[in-house]
Ligand binder design. Structure first.
Ligand code: SIN
Length: 527
C-alpha cells in the first residue's frame, strides 16, 4: 500500500517512547465521545483532542438531532426525506441504519443525561429544511454544547478512558496495511501512541473556507492523515453552505440556526421582498443548497445582503427558545423581534471524508472513522438538516460494537518502520487559501476558477520548515484537503446537491450518479 508522512522517517522518531493502549480515539466531539463511552470497559482507551471542546463542531451545533420518534413519523419517512435531499447519491443501506437506529441513539443520549426540550411528557420536535414533518429533538438553540458537556461528564466517570487534551495527531501509523498507532505532538514534543484499533473522529474541513460557521480547527486533519495512510477518501466536493450565517463587522461568523426558519422566520432581500417562494415550493424550508443559491442570487442582483426576518415572532419566545442566538445578536445591536438581521451563506458541513462501511471501518484495517470525518454514504450530495448529530451517535455506537467484538483477537504491532514519501508543504497563506476557496469552490463553482486555483496551489514553492511541526502539519493538511476537494469538484462535471457548477448547471444521472473517490498513489476515480 502506498502512503505518505509529514514526519521524517528517521531513527529519532522510531526511538521515541511508545505508550500502549487498546484503542486510540482521535477527536472528542459527539462521535469520539460516543465511541469511547460505548467501548468495553476492559479496554484501555485514549481519547485525544487537539483543542478545547468549544472549538469542535459538535459544540457549535445549534439546531438539534433528527430522529423519527414523532407520533406521525416513521423510519421510512425519515429515509425518504434523507434520500430526497441527498439527490441520488445516498447509500440506501447506510440511510436505513441511520433512521432505524435513530430512536435507540436518542435513548442512549437520554441515558447519558442529555435533556432534550419537552412538550409535556414527550420530546419536543422542531422543523428544519427538507423534513416533511417536525423531527428535530433539541436543547434550546445550543443542542451541541449541551450534548458535548453531558457526554464529557460521562467520559470523566469512566476509569478506562484517558483523556489526552492538546494532543495534535501529525500522522497515523500503519504496518503491513494495518493501523497501529498515531504520532502526536504534545507541548511541542512528539509522542507515539500505539493501539490495536484507531478511531478517527476529527470532524470535517469546512473550516478551511474563509467564510465558515466552523472554527478554523475544522481543517480536516484526520482526513488528511488517513489520506496519507492510504485510505480511500470519498465525496469531498460536497461541502454544505448554511444559508443563514451572521457575519459580524469584527469578522466573527455566527450561525443563525435553521430552527428559526422552522419556527416561522422568513428571508427577505434588500428591497424587503420575501423571495424564497419564487425559488421553491417549500420556500424558507427548501433544502439548504436551494436556499443558499437563492440568497446568493438575490445578494448579487441587488448588491446588498439578504436578511432574516423574525419580527412577527414574540420577543419573549425568541429570547427563550433561541437564547444563544438572541444574546449573541444583542452584542452586535440586533434584536430579533424588531430588526432585520443580515445573513449570508457560509461553509458549514463537509459531507465527504474517509470512506467507511456500515460499521465505520475505513479501507485500512483496524482504522475506523465516524462523525463528520467519515463518508458513511448517509448524506449523498447534500445532508438533511440535523442528520449529522444522529449519524455521529448511530455510527459511533456501531464502531464501538465492532471493536468490542473484534479486539480480543487482535495483536498489537510494536516494531515500527515508516515506509513512504514525505509530503511537501506549499508556501502559501491559509487565510488567502480560504478566501480563494470561497471564490472558486463556494456556493456556485466554475471549472475554470477551480482549475486555476488548483494549478496555483500545485505550482507553489515548498515551504521551509521553521521548527513548529504542529503549524507545519496544519498547513500541509489544509492545502492537501483543498487540493483533493478541488480535484473532486473539477471531476464532477454536473450540478447536484451542494455542488453547483455554473459551467455544468444540470444534473447528469447517466454518468455522475456515482461517487468520486481519491487515494494516495491512485488519484481520482468514479465508482
Ligand atoms: C442549524 O442549527 O441550522 C444547523 C443544524 C445542522 O447543521 O444540521
Amino acid at each position: 500500500m502506498e502512503r505518505g508522512y509529514v514526519v521524517d522517517n528517521n531513527a529519532e522518531l522510531l526511538a521515541l517512547e511508545q505508550v500502549v493502549y487498546d484503542v486510540v480515539v482521535v477527536g472528542s466531539g459527539i462521535a469520539g465521545m460516543t465511541v469511547a463511552i460505548e467501548l468495553d470497559k476492559r479496554l484501555k482507551v485514549a481519547l485525544l483532542s487537539k483543542a478545547g471542546a468549544d472549538e469542535a463542531s459538535t459544540y457549535k451545533a445549534q439546531g438539534g438531532m433528527a430522529v423519527a420518534v414523532g407520533a406521525d413519523d416513521s423510519a421510512e419517512q425519515h429515509i425518504m426525506d434523507t434520500l430526497n435531499v441527498g439527490q441520488g447519491l445516498c447509500r440506501r443501506e447506510a440511510v436505513s441504519v441511520l433512521a432505524d437506529e435513530g430512536p435507540s441513539a436518542l435513548e442512549f443520549l437520554l441515558q447519558q443525561g442529555v435533556a432534550f426540550n419537552k412538550n409535556g411528557a414527550a420530546i419536543a420536535l422542531t422543523r428544519e429544511a427538507g423534513h416533511s414533518l417536525n423531527r428535530v429533538a433539541y436543547h434550546y438553540d445550543f443542542t451541541g454544547r449541551h450534548i458535548s458537556e453531558t457526554l464529557f461528564t460521562k467520559v470523566k466517570e469512566k476509569d478506562n478512558i484517558q483523556q489526552l487534551t492538546n494532543y495534535f495527531v501529525v500522522d497515523v501509523l500503519t504496518q503491513d496495511g494495518q493501523g497501529c498507532g498515531v504520532i502526536a505532538i504534545k507541548d511541542g514534543k512528539l509522542v507515539v501512541l500505539l493501539a490495536k484499533a484507531l478511531v478517527i473522529a476529527t470532524g470535517g474541513y469546512a473550516g478551511i473556507f474563509a467564510s465558515s460557521t466552523n472554527s478554523r480547527a475544522a481543517s480536516g486533519d484526520g482526513i488528511a492523515a488517513l489520506y496519507r495512510a492510504g485510505a480511500v477518501i470519498a465525496d469531498l466536493e460536497f461541502v454544505q453552505f448554511h444559508p443563514t450565517a451572521f457575519c459580524a463587522p469584527d469578522d466573527t461568523v455566527f450561525l443563525l440556526t435553521e430552527a428559526l426558519r422552522g419556527e416561522g422566520a422568513l428571508l427577505v432581500n434588500a428591497a424587503g421582498h420575501r423571495f424564497m417562494p419564487e425559488y421553491h415550493p417549500a420556500a424558507e424550508l427548501a433544502p439548504r443548497d436551494v436556499v443558499s443559491r437563492a440568497s446568493v442570487k438575490e445578494i448579487e442582483r441587488l448588491g446588498r445582503p439578504v436578511f432574516i426576518d423574525c419580527r412577527h415572532l414574540e420577543k419573549k419566545y425568541l429570547a427563550d427558545r433561541f437564547r444563544q442566538v438572541y444574546t449573541k445578536l444583542t452584542e452586535y445591536g440586533y434584536y430579533l423581534e424588531k430588526d432585520l438581521v443580515p445573513v449570508s451563506p457560509a461553509a458549514h458541513y463537509s459531507a465527504g471524508g474517509i470512506r467507511t462501511d456500515l460499521w465505520g471501518r475505513s479501507s485500512v484495517q483496524a482504522i475506523y472513522a465516524c462523525g463528520e470525518a467519515a463518508a458513511t454514504g448517509v448524506h449523498g450530495a447534500n445532508r438533511l438538516a440535523s442528520n449529522s448529530l444522529l449519524e455521529a451517535v448511530v455510527f459511533g455506537r456501531r464502531v464501538a460494537k465492532d471493536i468490542n467484538n473484534q479486539l480480543p483477537s487482535k495483536q498489537l504491532v510494536t516494531t515500527l518502520v515508516l515506509p513512504g514519501n514525505n509530503v511537501a508543504c506549499p508556501n502559501g497563506d491559509l487565510l488567502r487559501l480560504g478566501v480563494e476557496l470561497n471564490r472558486a469552490a463556494g456556493v456556485v463553482r466554475s471549472g475554470a476558477a477551480m482549475t486555476s486555483l488548483l494549478a496555483a496551489i500545485t505550482g507553489m514553492s515548498k515551504d521551509g520548515f521553521d521548527g513548529d511541526l504542529g503549524k507545519y502539519t496544519r498547513k500541509v493538511n489544509a492545502f492537501q484537503l483543498a487540493k483533493l476537494l478541488l480535484q473532486a469538484a473539477i471531476a464532477r462535471q454536473e450540478s447536484r446537491g451542494t455542488h453547483f457548477r455554473s459551467d455544468y448547471p444540470e444534473k447528469n444521472d447517466e454518468y455522475f450518479q456515482r461517487h468520486i473517490l481519491l487515494q494516495w498513489g491512485k488519484g481520482v476515480w468514479l465508482e
